[in-house]
Design a protein around this ligand. Sequence first.
Ligand SMILES: [Zn+2]
Length: 496
Amino acid sequence: MIHLPAIGRRFRSGIVCGLLGLWSAVAASAGSELIITNARVFDGRNAQLHENAEIVIAGGKIVAIRKAGSGLPEAGSTAAGADASRDAKAGSASAAGSAPRVIDAGNRIVIPGLIDAHVHPAMAIQIGALRDSDPNYVAARSVVEAQHILMRGFTTIRDMGGPVFGLKQAIDEDLLPGPRIFPSGAIISQTSGHGDFRPRSGTARRWSGEVDLGERLGYGLIADGSDEVATAVREQLRVGASQIKLAAGGGISSMYDPIDSVQYFEEELRAAVRAAADWGTYVAVHAYTPAAIRRSVEAGVRSIEHAHLIDDATMKLIAERGAFLSPQAYLFSRAMPPPAGGGATAAAGSSSPAAGPALTPSQAAQRDKAMLVGAGLDRMMQLAKKHGVKIAFGTDVFGSPRAFGLESLEFGVRLRWFTSLEILRQATSINGELLALSGPRNPYAGGKLGVLEPGAWADLLVVDGNPLEDIRVLEQPDRSLRLIVKNGQVVANRLD
Ligand SMILES: [Zn+2]
C-alpha cells in the first residue's frame, strides 16, 4: 500500500459517473445465453485478432469463439435479439429460455475484462480518518468504489489488504455491481511494520492487552515470531483469503517505519509461506528495497508488490524464481519528467505539488518517502524488462474518490517502457496467471480469467478504438467501453 498526499489532480468524476446509470438488471439475465456477433476478438495473449467472430456464452462462461455464420440460430431471432439487446427488458425474455440474446459489437475489438492486481476497495477513506468514521459509512463508500472499478472495465481485482470479505460476498451474490474479488484479508505486519496502523499513542497488545482498532476491523494484523505469523496467516485463510499479504519492508502511508527498514526475519517469512502453501496458496509482500525483496523471494514469496528501489541482482533473482513483479507507475510518475508526446499522462503529470494545500509534517514526511521511491520507478521497469520478469498490472488506488478515480491512468504511463499490446497483456492474461497462483483457494476456479477462450469466464469488454495500438483508449472508459460483460451478464451497454 502506498499513499501520495495532496495529489493536486482533478477527480475525474466523468470517467465513472457516466456509466453508473447504465447498470442494468443483472440478476434478470442470469443463466441466459448471450452471443456477441461482429467482433474482433483479442484473446488476452495474441496480437492476431480473431476477425469477424462470434462469442457464444452460456452459464457465465465462453462456450465458443467462432467465425461468423458458422452456427448461429435461425435468422430472425438474431435481428430481434440485436434490437432487444438495447432494451433492459431483453434480459428477462432471454432468461425465460427463448432465443439467445444477441448483441452486435459493430466490428469493434472485444478484449477480456481487465484485472487490477493491487487495489484496496475497503480503504475507501484515508487511513487516518478511519478512526473517526462509522464502519458502515466506510462500507458504503466501498460499495460505491466497487461499482466505479467495474465500470472502468476491471471485472476482477486482487485486494491487497483490508476487510473486503463482506463486499465480495455481496457482489458474488449479485446484490451489488462490482468486480470479482480475490481477497487477502488483513495486511500481516510485524510490530512497527507497514501494516501497524496504531496511532503514536497506541499501546502494544502483548503488554497492555489492548487490541488496536485497525486490527479489530481487519485492516492490519500485528504478528511477531513464526508462531504468531503462522496463526495470522491461518486467521485470514479461515475467513476466505485467496492469498496472503505481508509487509516485508518500509512503507509510505505507514507513519513509523523508514523505507529502508527490513521487516520480518526469514524464518517468519518462511512460516507464512508454509502456512499458505498448506492451503495451496501463496504469499505476496509489500517491499521496496533489495534487502526486503531478496529475503522474501528466498523464503518462497511469489508476488512482490511495488519494488521500486530494486537492484539488478535482485531483479535477476525474481526472474530465476519465476515470481511476479507487481509495480505501480502512475502514482509515482510525478517524480519523473513529462513524457514526450503529451497526452493524458502528461496533463496529469504536469500538476505541481506546490499547487495543493499546505502539508502537515506527517504528510510532508510521506511525500518525501514517495519521492524517494518514485525516483526508482524508471530503473525498476528497465530492470524488469531486461530480465524478462512477469509484470502484473496493479494501481494501488485507495483512500479517496479522487485517488480511486486515477485507476485507469496507469495504462498510459506504462507506455514509457512497454507497447500497448504488452500493457494490455499485463492487465489481462498475465494478471490471470498471477491470480491462478491461488490454486484451490481461487474463488472463481471454474474458469480462467484474463483470456477469451472456450471455458474461460465470460468477462469481456467491447471497446471503441484499438487498445492494442493505443492503450490510452482505456483511460477514458466512459467513452471507449461500449459493452461490459461480467460472468456472462451485461453490466453496461452503450452500443447503439
Ligand atoms: Zn497497497
